[in-house]
Design a protein around this ligand. Structure first.
Ligand SMILES: Cc1cc2nc3c(=O)[nH]c(=O)nc-3n(C[C@H](O)[C@H](O)[C@H](O)COP(=O)(O)O)c2cc1C
Length: 169
């Protein structure tokens, strides 16, 4: 998905308040984001970076490990307009038992003061709880309200969270 999805449903009051922002390298988080969109009707935008992440597993492993080691801040190249949104679902793959370094970039550069951030992750086995301490640390000075969020590896996990937190009926 890209910018063209932004602004969809702008006539509908209940849906234009939420935005799904996500990055997916091998497709799992994209599928989760699409499920989330089907359930919430939220707008959706895929995050892009410069340089882009490699698609081969080996090179991706090398690049992401280096970013982690160097405490890098990958550049987000989207032109993000978060003003219309009160809730931002932020989706990412778990890499090395924590959120990718671009999540740090997001918290440091996006204007999220007063917004509710609902993180979600896909992974081989890691739960969102592994990412939680990192997310809380990142959010500390932003004025955003970061929720617990959820692992989004299957439809049931997504639906359960949304219903429990009254994000859908
Ligand atoms: C560099 C790298 C590190 C990973 N680290 C973890 C991890 O710590 N825990 C885990 O459960 N899965 C880990 N995985 C698996 C991914 O989180 C999982 O495949 C995820 O669903 C990928 O999302 P995507 O298809 O949206 O890119 C890792 C994958 C890669 C490539």
């Amino acid at each position: 998905m890209d910018h063209s999805d932004k602004g969809k449903n702008m006539t509908n009051n209940t849906t234009n308040q939420a935005l799904i922002l996500y990055y997916s390298n091998s497709g799992n988080t994209k599928r989760a984001a699409e499920t989330l969109q089907a359930q919430t009707g939220a707008d959706m935008q895929a995050l892009t970076f410069s340089p882009a992440y490699p698609k081969t597993y080996l090179r991706l492993g090398m690049v992401t490990q280096r970013q982690l080691k160097k405490n890098s801040r990958p550049k987000i190249t989207n032109d993000l307009d978060l003003k219309p949104y009160q809730i931002i679902y932020l989706g990412f793959p778990t890499w090395f038992h924590r959120p990718p370094m671009f999540v740090n970039t997001f918290f440091e550069t996006a204007d999220i003061q007063g917004k509710v951030i609902v993180p979600f992750t896909t992974s081989a086995s890691s739960q969102i709880s592994e990412s939680t301490p990192f997310l809380n640390e990142m959010a500390k000075t932003t004025g955003a309200d970061v929720q617990t969020g959820f692992a989004a590896n299957d439809l049931r996990e997504i639906t359960n969270y949304l219903k429990t937190h009254q994000l859908i009926d």
